[in-house]
Design a protein around this ligand. Structure first.
Ligand code: SAM
Length: 235
């Protein structure tokens, strides 16, 4: 019988601690070690802060350094090292939970963990606990349907200036654009060109302190971009 521990990828939802699932709360309290990614900014301990009200005091928390440099090799080495740290817990027969913002399978650091754990410990047992994504929270916050009837929904990233949106956006009725914090002018142009601009809205820090709803996306071009911004758009 396999005496190794199990790795849980746990989605903690978009920010409101009431949006963690019951399962997530149980798993993080049963885990021997709770891992979270620690970077200079971004989702580092934010995932931990969201989960904290639910965590018992005696849970062991470990931070993994989340290096994202232009140097692909350095980034890969860092992630392999992180995976090795988790694997050493599993090899000791202990269970580990890795916290991730929103859902672990959606533009998430857990994707890197998963790939690398398979490299360093191919027989590791892994279970993913889904979380409420930022865009589901945004749709709920705005009382705005994401998709209905026979429509389609494109989930894309704004990080490359709406390129993907122009490539495939012509064939869908609805768009979710995450990472809508850079290339804003190009993203807006792409939304206009593809016929989505008029029916679009941005939200920053949805469900968190400093939440802002931006009805006119042109306004985004004149302000300091907030990393925690997404756009919902429709025809
Ligand atoms: C790396 S992705 C993480 C997505 C996350 N795994 C999820 O399921 O929503 C980061 C992007 O998610 C979006 N995001 C995450 N939380 C958000 C929030 N509370 N409000 C608005 N956008 C958010 C932003 O577009 C941000 O740039």
């Amino acid at each position: 019988m396999n005496q190794f521990g199990k790795l849980y990828g746990v989605g903690v939802g978009p920010g409101d601690p009431e949006l963690l699932t019951l399962k997530a709360v149980r798993i993080i309290n049963e885990a021997d070690v709770v891992f979270t990614a620690a970077s200079a900014k971004r989702d580092y301990s934010l995932a931990l802060e969201i989960a904290r009200p639910h965590l018992s005091e005696n849970v062991l928390i470990k931070f993994l350094s989340f290096t994202m440099t232009q140097d692909k090799e350095a980034t890969e080495t860092a992630w392999e090292k992180n995976a090795e740290e988790i694997a050493s817990v599993l090899r000791d027969g202990k269970n580990a939970a890795f916290l991730t913002l929103g859902d672990p399978m959606t533009y998430s650091t857990f994707g890197y963990i998963l790939k690398n754990i398979r490299k360093v410990m191919p027989d590791a047992q892994v279970e993913t606990v889904p979380g409420i994504t930022s865009f589901h929270a945004a749709a709920a916050r705005l009382n705005r349907t994401l998709v209905e009837a026979e429509e389609s929904l494109l989930i894309t990233s704004g990080a490359y200036g709406g390129e993907q949106l122009l490539n495939v956006g012509q064939n869908v009725e609805n768009i979710v654009m995450l990472k809508a914090y850079k290339n804003i002018k190009q993203n807006n142009e792409a939304l206009k060109k593809a016929g989505f601009f008029k029916n679009s809205v941005a939200i920053s820090r949805c469900g968190r302190e400093g939440e802002e709803i931006i009805e006119n996306l042109d306004e985004l071009e004149t302000r300091t971009p907030d990393y925690w911004t997404l756009v919902l758009a429709g025809r």
